[in-house]
Design a protein around this ligand. Structure first.
Ligand SMILES: Nc1ncnc2c1ncn2[C@@H]1O[C@H](COP(=O)(O)OP(=O)(O)O)[C@@H](O)[C@H]1O
Ligand SMILES: [Mg+2]
Length: 231
């Protein structure tokens, strides 16, 4: 294989997104999805996981910290995403990290890796990394994360999406080490229009190896999930 050969692209399946990023993510990419409350991070993550498992034959481990599994399933069912049925077929594995006893980051990472191994997962979603890191006793030790990403996920070509909760009003980007580790940084942002309407927009801040859109794109919440517009 030539060193110039690009890695295989894998679609996110989030409507409107793939054309903005040369058709999809590169296999093994580690992408952060940053956004404030209610900007659609969980819905986006579920679409990413659901499409992978349902349409692209890529089994996915979805770890939730923010919502328990029952409420996640119920909420996503409203968008026509039946996570329960994918779980029963072994195409998606849902893990509630919050509910796991005796956590700690090392143990949580072991759980994720074990789950990926068990279903031969090709994608990993963590919703959210913010909760994942703050729940850890080893608070400021990013070596666990670096190790997870470089030693395992990248080596095995597992495409990973982790959400980051940004405090309201901030630009959404801290200076966490995770942002340097990430291949990609997607941002969802809410704003108020002149007509005093709450809207959401999306921008690709960074995506290594990809000639991506550099514009803000409007986001719609539709009956089948979120949709990203060209403009
Ligand atoms: N059934 C629905 N139809 C349309 N929009 C919805 C529906 N359910 C939730 N939403 C929108 O999605 C938002 C929540 O999205 P979510 O992905 O949970 O946000 P985040 O994870 O970023 O906090 C809600 O605030 C609401 O605006
Ligand atoms: Mg959420």
């Amino acid at each position: 294989m030539s060193v110039l050969e690009t890695r295989v692209r894998t679609k996110t399946g989030v409507p409107g997104l793939d054309p903005l990023i040369q058709g999809g993510l590169q296999q093994g990419d580690f992408v952060l999805l940053v956004g404030g409350i209610g900007t659609g991070k969980t819905i986006f993550s579920c679409q990413f996981a659901y499409n992978a498992a349902k349409l692209y034959g890529e089994k996915t481990v979805f770890a939730t910290f923010e919502e328990d599994i029952a409420s996640l399933k119920r909420n996503m069912m409203q968008f026509g995403m039946d996570l329960g049925s994918l779980e029963r077929d072994g195409n998606v594995k849902l893990i509630d990290l919050e509910a796991l006893e005796g956590g700690g980051m090392g143990a949580n990472i072991e759980t994720l890796l074990g789950a990926l191994d068990e279903i031969k997962g090709k994608r990993l979603v963590v919703d959210s990394l913010t909760a994942f890191l703050s729940g850890a006793a080893e608070k400021f030790d990013y070596s666990f994360l670096m190790h997870l990403v470089y030693k395992t996920l990248k080596r095995e070509g597992i495409t990973t999406l982790m959400t980051v909760s940004a405090p309201q009003g901030s630009s959404g980007l801290g200076a966490g080490v995770e942002e340097f580790v990430a291949d990609g940084l997607f941002q969802l942002e809410s704003y108020i229009t002149e007509n005093m309407e709450l809207k959401t927009r999306f921008i690709v801040r960074k995506l290594r190896g990809t000639d991506h859109s550099r514009k803000y794109h409007n986001v719609a919440f539709t009956p089948s999930g979120i949709e990203i517009y060209k403009w």
